[in-house]
Design a protein around this ligand. Structure first.
Ligand code: FAD
Length: 540
């Protein structure tokens, strides 16, 4: 297979032009190409409004052509022979597993851990505190419509995890020599995701499609002998010397197991509290907090593409970082083109926001979190760390979320950026109509944060106006609080993926080893591989 990079074609090109461009690059005739597979597609907007797609493609030649001589003749570093290697299932170990492995949490980490274990014949039992995705959707929509929070099943908790009501961005920075990223993307496509996610530089699914994908993967796990119990929470862990020997669900049922995968996400505060009372080493870690900001999507399209609307490209995204005078930095996070700000709360009396979009990304607004990193030293310095060192980040998040809830009297608190900067309440909207799922109300967002953080956000957003014109416009719409950007704790694990409490496999975002849907899924796979490597699959 010959991999050819840098095939550049104008946006709007037709299908045949790619094979013409590949033939030209390889200095062969078009009919000497047997097959073309797109490996990657990104957008080159350096000469906007002239826009180009840049492709990397794998090309199979017809039988008569010799790959090596074609590549040699091209003399181009962007053209080479590759052996496309696929993800390989781990060989099972020999140790006997008396009872089936249990996975707590069915977000991307738990889902992919469960899928791998099920495919390898380990019949996992998956416990999920929230509802199955079809019922969860009703609970979440009721919450957004009527304001009645279901603490068991919400934007953070339930089948598919925190990413189900999301933009479904699938990019990851994780290096992938073993092919796990490809496996995750291909599995999502097999379960109903759009095939372009395999090659797009910025793949995205959208919450509407993601829900079906998650349900289809669950059905595969069950068809392979796995079991999924919804509305079932892990409430205790039993130990025997330094090993897990069983668990309790909902303070009622005891289940014996020697293998417990903890894929609980970053919002399982009660479970973190349970773990902090067990011999499970964990510590507070830095994360980032801030606000969501909304702008007209056309403004972002104009900045990125030099045009307000480009059907072939869809809504444009952005990524911003900026250093602040005091030494901190601000950056955009989880940007949702054509998306919605969502009330993503999971606790009574606390309010957190996040972003989501549908596959079409057509809400009319672009939103993104603008966040600043905070550390355990900061929570302490601000007197917002609580008593338990390992859970100081949880304490800090809760304080911010309580303040956001009070500020908006239970509704999503919003403020225009101009008013946030000047420290006055907003009284009416500007030209940006909020795209927010859940009720909202004008509030003093600055009052939610320690002064230093409020000042950093004002300075940082103003500075970003010198990158994207209009980013700091006075009617840019802020909402808060963005507090669940990553886990506030790290649950320690060794090279064998286990805690020093043997049989406990902390993984995914909640344990502090992943950030985002794809990396959490890949980390769940690694936990499954560690289990498979050790145990034989004939669970009695
Ligand atoms: P989670 O997805 O949080 O899953 C953990 C699961 O464990 C939950 O379902 C929870 O109910 C369950 N659980 C917790 N405690 C227990 C217990 N004691 N017993 C049983 N079950 C339990 N990432 C991206 O890459 N792209 C995006 O576009 C994106 N958008 C997002 C939008 C929103 C609104 C949110 C909230 C997050 C978004 N993220 C996005 C982040 C992404 O969702 C997470 O990084 C990812 O879901 C983490 O996966 P996980 O499996 O580690 O944890």
């Amino acid at each position: 297979m010959i991999r050819t990079a840098q095939l550049k074609l104008k946006v709007g090109h037709n299908k045949d032009e790619l094979s013409k461009a590949a033939a030209k690059a390889l200095k062969i005739k078009e009919n000497e190409i047997a097959d073309i597979k797109i490996v990657k597609r990104s957008v080159d907007a350096r000469k906007k409004p002239e826009l180009y797609f840049v492709y990397t493609a794998d090309i199979e030649l017809c039988r008569e052509k010799n790959e090596e001589s074609v590549v040699r003749r091209c003399k181009s570093p962007g053209i080479k022979i590759v052996n496309v290697s696929e993800y390989k299932m781990t060989e099972p170990g020999r140790e006997k597993l008396e009872s089936r492995p249990v996975i707590a949490g069915m977000g991307p980490a738990g889902l992919f851990c469960g899928l791998l274990l099920a495919r390898a014949g380990y019949c996992p039992l998956i416990l999920e505190r929230g509802e199955a995705v079809e019922n969860r959707q009703k609970s979440v929509e009721r919450f957004w419509r009527e304001g009645m929070l279901d603490v068991r099943s919400n934007v953070q908790f339930g089948e598919g995890g925190a990413g189900t009501f999301s933009d479904g961005k699938l990019n990851t920075q994780v290096k992938d020599p073993a092919g796990r990223n490809q496996f995750v993307l291909e599995t999502l496509v097999d379960a109903g995701a759009p095939p372009e996610i395999i090659y797009e530089a910025k793949p995205h699914i959208g919450t509407d499609i993601l829900r079906d994908v998650v349900r289809n993967i669950r059905q595969e796990i069950i068809s392979l002998g796995g079991e999924v119990r919804f509305l079932t929470k892990l409430t205790d862990i039993f130990t025997d010397k330094d090993s897990v020997c069983g668990i309790e669900t909902d303070e009622r049922e005891r289940i014996d197991t020697r293998v417990l995968v903890l894929a609980i996400g970053h919002s399982a505060r009660d479970t973190f509290e349970l773990l902090s009372k067990k011999p499970v080493p964990m510590r507070a870690k830095p994360f980032a907090v801030g606000l969501r900001i909304e702008h007209p999507q056309e403004m972002i399209n104009l900045y990125q593409y030099g045009r307000k609307d480009i059907e072939e490209l869809g809504a444009a995204s952005y990524k911003l970082t900026r250093k602040l005078a005091g030494g901190r930095g601000i950056y955009s996070f989880c940007m949702c083109p054509g998306g919605y700000v969502v009330n993503a709360s999971s606790e009574e009396g606390g309010l957190a926001v996040n972003g989501m979009s549908y596959h079409k990304r057509d809400s009319g607004n672009a939103n993104s979190a603008m966040i600043v990193t905070v550390s355990p030293e900061d929570f302490k310095a601000w007197g917002m760390a609580g008593e338990n060192d390992a859970l100081s980040g949880v304490f800090f998040q809760r304080e911010l979320e309580k303040a956001a809830f009070l500020a908006g009297e239970g509704k999503v608190p919003i403020q225009l950026f101009g008013d946030f900067k000047e420290g006055r309440m907003s009284t009416r909207l500007g030209d940006i109509t909020p795209c927010i799922k859940g009720d909202y109300a004008f509030a003093d967002l600055r009052g939610i944060f320690p002064k230093e953080l409020g000042d950093s956000l004002a300075e940082g957003i103003t500075g970003c106006g010198s990158i994207i014109p209009g980013f700091d416009r006075s009617d840019a719409l802020l909402s808060g609080v963005e507090s669940r950007t990553s886990s506030p704790v790290r649950i320690e694990r060794g090279e064998d993926f286990q805690s020093s409490l043997k049989g406990l496999y902390p993984c995914g975002e909640g344990a502090g080893y992943a950030g985002g849907i794809t990396s959490a899924a890949m980390d769940g796979m690694k936990a499954a591989e560690a289990i498979i490597r050790r145990y034989a699959s004939n669970v009695s």
